[in-house]
Design a protein around this ligand. Structure first.
Ligand SMILES: Nc1nc2c(ncn2[C@@H]2O[C@H](COP(=O)(O)OP(=O)(O)OP(=O)(O)O)[C@@H](O)[C@H]2O)c(=O)[nH]1
Ligand SMILES: [Mg+2]
Length: 326
């Protein structure tokens, strides 16, 4: 989601008041009768300031898509990343400020018009004070939208029509290495947990079948309420996008997590999501010394032993995935 540049209250007020001054200068050099001129100048300043500030705020509202109209995946993604309620509240506050500024423009324009020329300047300065106080009131909302802008800048672009495979598993088991093998995507790979912090998407095409493959952050085996924002992003992808899950075990346990915990996580995922799962035992090149590995592999009907780093078994994965393509 692209949120446009969000100004600070000071920037908004500076622009508004500066443009008001310019507009006033144009009135000053025009041929209006003297007795009307000072009032017209002040009225123009109020109107221009209000319009400029209001338009600038409206621009933000117009460019941010309505959250309720987005696919559920995005709604949940935004919720995990920044909080949907907070987002709606901030957009609501901006909307509120537009209403108040419109009202101030009307009130003060007519008060200036009805006033005597010598009072018009103090009315204008009163109006500016009130505009400033309205804009200051939405400071935390502008701040929040600026923060949301940064957080949502890399929101993934999902193809909702494609068959979607979500790669899941504990941290550091080789999920991103596998995405690199399967597609042209180049997510970061490193030998520590939580390297992947967001959702990464790659595409695979085989026999005219289009498959979208999504790499997710690692999940720890713990209740959903204890999960951090990074883990929750993986959950959101699993919930809304997965037609099939590629669950990766680190057969070598070099990721730092025992096979028992990894197996328990898989059971939880199957319980919660009820999506077909293909089980992969990765890092098979390092797994010679893991004595109880066979006991885990034997729990599954068609597990694949792979080495994402060396490409072992990757063709078989693609063959299996093709069965899920349209
Ligand atoms: N020996 C060996 N190492 C592998 C294999 N697959 C991945 N690795 C290594 O395991 C480490 C973790 O790989 P990643 O692909 O970053 O793992 P991940 O599951 O994406 O990790 P997070 O994003 O942190 O959850 C890296 O050092 C990889 O090079 C494999 O098949 N064999
Ligand atoms: Mg990763």
């Amino acid at each position: 989601m692209i949120i446009p540049t969000v100004p600070t209250p000071d920037e908004l007020l500076d622009t508004g008041f500066r443009r008001a001054k310019k507009a006033a200068a144009r009135v000053r050099s025009s041929k209006i009768p003297r007795n009307l001129k000072s009032k017209r100048i002040e009225e123009t300043r109020v109107q221009t300031a209000c319009q400029v500030i209001r338009d600038r705020i409206q621009l933000i509202l117009d460019r941010v898509p309505e959250i309720e109209k987005m696919p559920e995946f995005y709604q949940d993604y935004i919720d995990v990343a920044v909080g949907v309620d907070q987002m709606k509240q901030s957009l609501g506050a901006l909307n509120w400020s537009i209403g108040i500024i419109t009202q101030l423009e009307k009130d003060y324009s007519s008060r200036i018009r009805r006033s005597t020329p010598d009072k018009s300047s103090s009315l204008r300065s009163q109006a500016f004070g009130r505009i400033a106080s309205v804009v200051k009131k939405i400071e935390k909302d502008l701040d929040f939208l600026d923060f949301a802008k940064a957080k949502l800048r890399n929101m993934p672009t999902v193809d909702f029509a494609a068959t979607t495979v979500v790669i899941a598993g504990f941290p550091n088991v080789g999920k991103s290495t596998l995405l690199r093998r399967l597609t042209t995507a180049e997510p970061r790979v490193a030998d520590y947990p939580f390297t992947t912090k967001g959702i990464q998407i790659g595409h695979l095409e085989r026999n005219w079948k289009k498959i979208q493959i999504i790499d997710t952050p690692g999940l720890l085996d713990r209740p959903i309420l204890d999960m951090n924002d990074i883990e929750l992003r993986a959950m959101v992808a699993l919930e809304h996008l997965a037609n099939v899950i590629l669950f990766i075990f680190d057969a070598s346990e070099t990721c730092g997590y025992p096979l028992g915990s990894q197996y328990h996580l898989l059971q939880e995922i199957q319980r919660v999501f009820k999506t077909p799962v293909i089980c992969l035992f990765n890092k098979i090149d390092l797994a010679d010394n893991v004595k109880y590995l066979d006991a885990y592999v034997d729990k599954f009907e068609d597990p694949l032993r792979i080495s994402a780093i060396h490409g072992t078994g990757v063709e078989e994965i693609i063959t299996r995935l093709e069965e899920f393509g349209e």
